[in-house]
Design a binder for this molecule. Structure first.
Ligand SMILES: *[C@@H]1O[C@H](CO)[C@@H](O)[C@H](O)[C@H]1NC(C)=O
Ligand SMILES: *[C@@H]1O[C@H](CO)[C@@H](O)[C@H](O)[C@H]1NC(C)=O
Ligand SMILES: *[C@@H]1O[C@H](CO)[C@@H](O)[C@H](O)[C@H]1NC(C)=O
Length: 444
């Protein structure tokens, strides 16, 4: 009897348990539904309307008066405005649908005129940018603005075979392009006899040799500062003897120096397309070419190693004396004076001083990008602007001395051990220093 009671209880348990669980679940669901239904979100009482042109239809939201990004340049500086126009023109996103701003035909016409001006600067169609306070601008800025649309000038003296050996193109390890002026014969001769010697040059410490090719970049003698003796015949004779002069038909003034970079790049494309490295500098600097070659050999070897791991074939080297966060000089009497009505903003990082070294592959990229950067009167800054557009920051090398060694070190040969370039040496000083620095390696 007792046994049967037990089994009744178990049966009861097995029936009741699922019932109770289902009951709980139902209660839980009902409570949840009730809570959800009875909960109202708090009312937002502040009513916010975006600023803009409101429409009468309540179904449409007001549309903003202007886009949140600024497509229009507020600045009134000439360079910024001209550059801004090019940036828009070459930017596929901003370009988008220009019909809103300018009719298609008008846009096409202005590009055509622009193209024509690049190839034929003297064309009467070329519009020179209008300047508000023209009379307040210094003469050289006004002249610069008057010809800044122009970047092609014919060669007066060319060296088509400089990088050719029996009709085969040579690839110099170091192509040295030195900015000079017609009258600076003595500087050029001192450079030829010392650090700018063209040919196979031995590195300082290692036994490696490198092919060096040197040219001088010249414009036409500038007569705006007064009459001067005509040295063109002398220059022709000099060129007959040395064959290392490139001369273009533009006025060789300070604010025209950027042209030398652009024209050199064009020239390289055509006549010397594959140098490994390019040095560009002034004719009053002293370069320790052998030490520079050692440095460049090292850079190249490192790049070859690096290339084995990544597939980066381009070597983007650009070294010199780095200047960052520079602002334009606003002092009207300064040589580098850039008025605010011409350029606004800071300068990109750039390398200043007497010279820079960059890789040949970078020169090709600079040639391309320079077609989208308006000419700027200061050549070092212009290079910085082009590099900036390529996303490259020039590197600093402590061996490039824009400011000289200290007075006490100047005459001590051993102080030059870590120097690659030093600024301002007269032709005589170059010869003297050259002699002192022979066998520097064993002396110090
Ligand atoms: C540009 O705008 C015009 C007129 O507003 C329109 O007809 C055309 O389809 C647009 N083009 C593109 C690519 O959006
Ligand atoms: C640069 O050279 C061109 C061509 O000779 C000349 O018209 C222009 O005035 C020069 N610019 C400056 C700033 O000297
Ligand atoms: C480099 O390129 C080669 C051939 O083009 C390819 O086989 C290899 O996977 C690439 N390596 C890297 C790291 O991208």
């Amino acid at each position: 009897m007792g046994r049967c009671c037990k089994c009744n209880g178990r049966l009861l348990c097995m029936c009741l348990l699922p019932c109770m669980m289902t009951g709980h679940l139902v209660i839980y669901i009902m409570v949840s539904i009730f809570v959800t239904i009875s909960h109202f979100p708090p009312k937002i009482t502040i009513h916010y309307i975006a600023p803009g042109i409101s429409t009468n239809s309540a179904a449409l939201a007001p549309h903003p008066v202007s886009p949140f990004w600024s497509l229009r340049l507020e600045d009134s500086a000439i360079w910024n405005q001209l550059q801004h126009a090019w940036d828009r023109q070459y930017n596929p996103i901003l370009r988008g649908n220009t019909s809103g701003m300018m009719s298609k035909s008008k846009a096409r016409l202005s590009t055509e005129i622009e193209d024509e001006c690049l190839s034929n600067c003297m064309s009467r169609k070329c519009t020179v940018p209008r300047v508000h306070d023209e009379d307040n601008l210094p003469e050289q800025i006004r002249e610069f603005i008057g010809s800044m649309h122009c970047r092609e000038y014919p060669l007066l003296i060319n060296q088509p075979n400089l990088c050719r050996n029996n009709f085969r193109i040579e690839s110099p390890m170091l192509f040295m392009a030195i900015k000079s002026q017609v009258g600076n014969f003595e500087n050029r001769q001192a450079i030829r006899e010392t650090w700018g010697h063209s040919g196979l040059v031995k590195g300082e410490s290692s036994k490696k040799w490198g092919l060096v090719r040197t040219v001088f970049l010249l414009g036409r003698q500038d007569s705006s500062t007064g009459p001067h003796p005509d040295l063109q015949n002398l220059l022709d004779l000099e060129n007959q003897k040395y064959g290392d002069i490139l001369q273009w038909d533009f006025r060789d003034t300070f604010f025209n120096l950027t042209l030398k970079d652009l024209l050199l790049w064009r020239w390289l494309q055509q006549y010397c397309p594959t140098p490994f490295f390019i040095f560009k500098g002034d004719d009053d600097v002293f370069v320790r070419t052998d030490a520079l070659l050692d440095y460049l050999h090292k850079v190249r070897e490192e790049h070859v190693l690096w290339r084995a791991y990544t597939n980066e074939t381009d070597l983007n080297l650009f070294v010199g004396d780095l200047i960052s966060n520079a602002m334009p000089n606003r002092e009207p009497s300064a040589k580098y004076y850039i008025p605010e009505s011409f350029y606004k903003g800071a300068y990109p990082p750039y390398t200043g001083g007497g010279g820079v070294v960059y890789s040949g592959s970078l020169a090709l990229r600079l040639t391309e990008v320079s077609e989208r950067v308006r000419l700027f009167p200061i050549d070092d800054v212009y290079l910085g602007m082009c590099l900036h557009r390529l996303g490259i920051t020039p590197s600093h090398h402590p061996g490039f001395l824009t400011f000289d060694l200290s007075f006490t070190d100047k005459d001590n040969p051993c102080a030059y051990k870590s120097v690659l370039l030093v600024h301002r040496r007269s032709p005589k000083e170059m010869l003297l220093l050259w002699k002192q620095l022979q066998n520097l390696h064993s002396q110090c």
